[in-house]
Design a protein around this ligand. Structure first.
Ligand SMILES: NC(=O)C1=CN([C@@H]2O[C@H](COP(=O)(O)OP(=O)(O)OC[C@H]3O[C@@H](n4cnc5c(N)ncnc54)[C@H](OP(=O)(O)O)[C@@H]3O)[C@@H](O)[C@H]2O)C=CC1
Ligand SMILES: O=C(O)C1=N[C@H](C(=O)O)C[C@H](O)C1
Length: 266
């Protein structure tokens, strides 16, 4: 199998560290550089926790892509940095695999148009865990029969974006199959602002942030005298890595942007 040259943005982060380890243990993956906001010009091997893993560190994404010429960028940073890195990657002919969340519908549209213009593959996956992708697909199936639904997403308290990318993607998949509606009593009033959560196309989304959690979501459907709950739990970040591997391999054969792993998992 041809070796895939990879740059990871955000290597010191919780997900970035897992991704570095995935690349290290995959024979046909090669880490050729990292993008970090610290240690510009240094070697990753000199950063705590990366002993023996040599890769040049860049703060400037464009310079990184120009000098190490990767096939793929894996971005696991922040919403602002992730959008910037994905755009620069597409301009430089590098295929982005973006796990970073906090992208708006407009961001996805803009990056999709850019990928199309450059005829280059890209993947934006709000959740790389196979179980989470199934949860979203099952929720979309259930919404045809149970149009009343609320999403509760629960994450660790260091998460920057709310709602989670997974909750937004779930709401988007559901809203694609059910007519838009306002749920609950038409005259309901919040006596405490935010009590009914945020809404996406009329679907309430509630975000919980607590230490000890990793990544969890419940999609609760209500019907006449019955309820259906679909739940997924990621107990550690290893749960995301098979999806990262699949995305890196798949993006090499794409010529457009794919938003969501449900489009590439068979
Ligand atoms: N798609 C999926 O399956 C999953 C997606 N995620 C998403 O991935 C992202 C990262 O999550 P997580 O690892 O928990 O977050 P962390 O905060 O642990 O890691 C983010 C890393 O990005 C670095 N960073 C910030 N800005 C820049 C920049 N401009 N250039 C390079 N590096 C930068 C941070 O540096 P510093 O340490 O200096 O702040 C940090 O090391 C989030 O958006 C999260 O929602 C998370 C889990 C699964
Ligand atoms: O920040 C996280 O941790 C996670 N972020 C993603 C999201 O926003 O959905 C994926 C997963 O839930 C973990």
């Amino acid at each position: 199998m041809k070796t895939i040259r990879i740059v990871i943005a955000g290597p010191r982060g919780r997900m970035g560290r897992e991704a570095v380890s995935l690349v290290q243990k995959t024979d046909h993956f090669q880490l050729v550089g990292v993008i970090d906001r610290k240690n510009d010009g240094g070697d990753l091997a000199d950063v705590e926790g990366f002993s023996g893993i040599h890769a040049p560190i860049y703060t400037d994404a464009a310079r990184c892509f120009e000098e190490v010429k990767p096939d793929v960028l894996i971005d696991l940073t922040t919403p602002e940095a992730g959008k910037k890195h994905a755009e620069i990657a597409l301009h430089c002919g590098v295929r982005p695999v973006v796990g970073t969340t906090g992208f708006t519908d407009e961001d996805i549209k803009r990056l999709t148009a850019l990928a199309e213009e450059k005829e280059i593959g890209a993947i934006i996956a709000p959740n790389f865990a196979v179980g989470a992708v199934l949860m979203m697909k099952f929720a979309q199936m259930a919404a045809k029969y149970f149009p009343d639904v609320e999403i509760i997403e629960l994450h660790h308290d260091q998460k920057l974006d709310a709602p989670s990318g997974t909750a937004l993607k779930t709401a988007q998949l559901i809203s694609a199959v059910r007519p838009s509606k306002k749920q609950g009593h038409p005259d309901e009033k919040e006596t405490l602002a935010g009590a009914r959560g945020a809404t996406y196309d009329g679907i309430p989304i509630h975000s919980v942030r607590l230490p000890g959690l990793v990544a969890h979501q419940e999609v609760i459907f209500g019907g006449n005298g019955q309820s259906l709950t679909i739940r997924h739990d990621s107990f550690h970040r290893g749960s995301f890595m098979s999806g990262v591997k699949l995305s890196v391999e798949t993006v090499m054969h794409l010529h457009t942007l794919v938003y969501g792993l449900e489009h590439i998992i068979e």
